[in-house]
Design a protein around this ligand. Structure first.
Ligand code: FAD
Length: 171
């Protein structure tokens, strides 16, 4: 079925799992290309709307606030008729019934399913990795934990001297 045929029909249900940069950029493109094609539902594990992950280091450095790096406000989702489930981790995809189910039982049926769940940082499998104060650097929660720790702790060790490690150390 081509785009024109699809648009002539009842809206399809698009479920996006992952309320991050790739998922919502895709939604923005879809809204531009065919605003009436889908009823869109977005699930995000983080309790926030989509934000610019690339700018976490300026937040860590105290140069920007979290609100400055939000890309799509909660109002933006509402204005575009998007159902947003924040803080809901999708745990099950029922491919037979074509629905996703979050850990808290929230369900959404789909015709099309977009998985845009990003990646999970690798943590070295060494003794002590589970101790308080050992974190990865991926999201605003990690950033807040580092900022909180910096209020009372004087020493930090960064493992990984790549872009993120250096940004974190500098911040
Ligand atoms: C500090 C930092 C600096 C960076 N700087 C740069 C840079 O300068 N240039 C560059 O190109 N890239 C940079 N990156 C990388 C860039 O942010 C990522 O490549 C980009 O965010 C990937 O987008 P994504 O949508 O695939 O994943 P994400 O933006 O991580 O979004 C995925 C979302 O899916 C959610 N999710 C995962 N599983 C589930 C589930 N089961 N149910 C519901 N939600 C789920 C996650 O919580 C997350 O919010 C940086 C990353 C960090 C952390």
């Amino acid at each position: 079925m081509n785009m024109a045929e699809l648009q002539g029909k009842t809206r399809q249900k698009l479920v996006v799992v992952g309320n991050g940069m790739a998922g919502i950029r895709t939604v923005e493109e879809l809204l531009g290309l065919a605003p009436d094609l889908y009823d869109i539902t977005v699930f995000g594990a983080e309790p926030h709307p989509n934000y610019n992950r690339i700018l976490l280091s300026p937040v860590l450095a105290g140069e920007q606030d979290f609100k400055d790096i939000i890309l799509n406000s909660v109002e933006w989702y509402a204005e575009h008729g998007i159902t947003l489930h924040m803080g809901k981790n999708v745990a099950t995809i029922d491919r037979v019934r074509r629905k996703v189910i979050a850990e808290d039982g929230t369900e959404a049926a789909y015709d099309r399913l977009l998985l845009a769940t990003g990646s999970t940082p690798f943590i070295l499998p060494v003794p002590g990795k589970e101790l308080d104060g050992v974190i990865s650097y991926r999201d605003i929660r990690d950033t807040e934990l580092m900022m909180e720790a910096a209020k009372t702790k004087r020493q930090a060790v960064v493992i990984g001297g790549g872009l993120l490690g250096l940004e974190a150390a500098t911040a």
